[in-house]
Design a protein around this ligand. Structure first.
Ligand code: PBG
Ligand code: ZN
Length: 323
């Protein structure tokens, strides 16, 4: 006697009935990069299909997204001016506040999340204000600034805040700041387990956020650490995060499962720029069937435990899912 697994694989309808994991267009959050100006839509060399856009172009883009059934976006701002603390991010008329106001006015039905960090806004490209002695980001000064930035986004009408800077205590600081300002119902999706990864390379081209010196290893996690990966997300759950995240995704499927099994919150994963670009380049070279590998990859994130997928593939996947 042996098990006949194939008995259930022969009829395609039965095969579908028995499928354990499903990918839906509602799983996706689509990232957008916004610059000031008008009529700007510049494709990023290292990320075919991804653009820096001005606010008016993003508003047009939202129509296309909604036609595809995508109602959730995450915004990254590219400011006109950078300084040592990232002032534009804390300004009511900064790129992010202006973008959120305009997008929510044009598309009240779009669920708008903002990435909350300072690396796009500082002249040194690090994720907060610097401690001159340690020559790295000053954790506790940055906490106060993150709370300010969160309140600026909240007042502009954002639907969810996603802090990505890997500062200790950032969820407590942001939650307190939001609550004191009256935004008790604004959810926080924490980039809770974020690794110091070389897969972010293309993103830093598009977001213009490469550090001018050093790297992010004194605040982002060591890719070798599995226990710490769980501890980081468990800590953010305890601090009051509403949704957790593992980032990157493709090389970290084990971590996605670990975090899912050790927390009770919904879990997002970030299918990052380098993962996207690898498939694009391989597809173009004719090495892989791009559409099929993309869908298999996205499905793998869900199987690993993801509830939400932040991905540059969202539009392409939505088209395939609609067929
Ligand atoms: C900003 C931020 C980064 C990404 C998302 N938010 C870059 C970084 O930490 O250097 C990476 C996203 C991607 O690679 O697609 N802190
Ligand atoms: Zn950052």
């Amino acid at each position: 006697m042996f098990a006949r697994f194939r008995r259930k694989r022969i009829n395609p309808v039965l095969r579908d009935l028995l499928q354990e994991t499903h990918l839906r267009v509602d799983d996706f959050i689509y990232p957008l990069f916004i610059k000031s100006g008008e009529g700007i839509k510049i494709e990023v060399g290292s990320m075919p299909g991804v653009f820096q856009m001005s606010i008016d172009e993003v508003i047009k883009e939202c129509n296309d997204l909604k036609d595809l059934g995508i109602y959730s976006i995450i915004l990254f701002g590219i400011p006109d001016t950078k300084d040592s603390v990232g002032s534009d991010a804390m300004c009511e008329h900064g790129i992010m506040a202006n973008s959120v106001r305009a997008i929510k006015e044009a598309h009240p039905d779009m669920f708008v999340t903002t990435d909350l960090c300072f690396c796009e806004y500082t002249d040194h490209g690090h994720c907060g204000g610097l401690d001159p002695v340690l020559e790295t980001v000053d954790n506790d000064i940055t906490l106060g600034n993150l709370a300010k930035q969160a309140v600026i986004h909240a007042k502009a009408g954002v639907d969810m805040i996603a802090p990505s800077g890997m500062m200790d205590g950032m969820i407590t600081a942001i939650r307190n700041g939001l609550d004191e300002a009256g935004f008790v119902n604004l959810p926080i999706m924490s980039y809770s387990t974020k690794f110091s990864s070389s897969y972010y390379g293309p993103f830093r081209d598009v977001a213009e956020s490469s550090p001018s010196f050093g790297d992010r290893r004194s605040y982002q996690m060591n890719p070798a650490n599995r226990n710490e990966a769980i501890a980081e997300s468990v800590a953010d759950e305890a601090e009051g995060a509403d949704i957790l995240m593992v980032k990157p995704a493709l090389a970290y499927l084990d971590v996605i499962r670990d975090v899912k099994n050790n927390t009770t919150l919904p879990l997002a994963i970030y299918n990052v720029s380098g993962e996207y670009s690898m498939l694009k380049v391989a597809g173009k070279a004719g090495v892989i069937d791009y559409d099929k590998v993309m869908m298999e990859t996205l499905m793998a994130f869900k199987r690993a435990g993801a509830d939400i997928i932040i991905t540059y593939h969202a539009k392409e996947a939505a088209i395939l899912l609609g067929k």
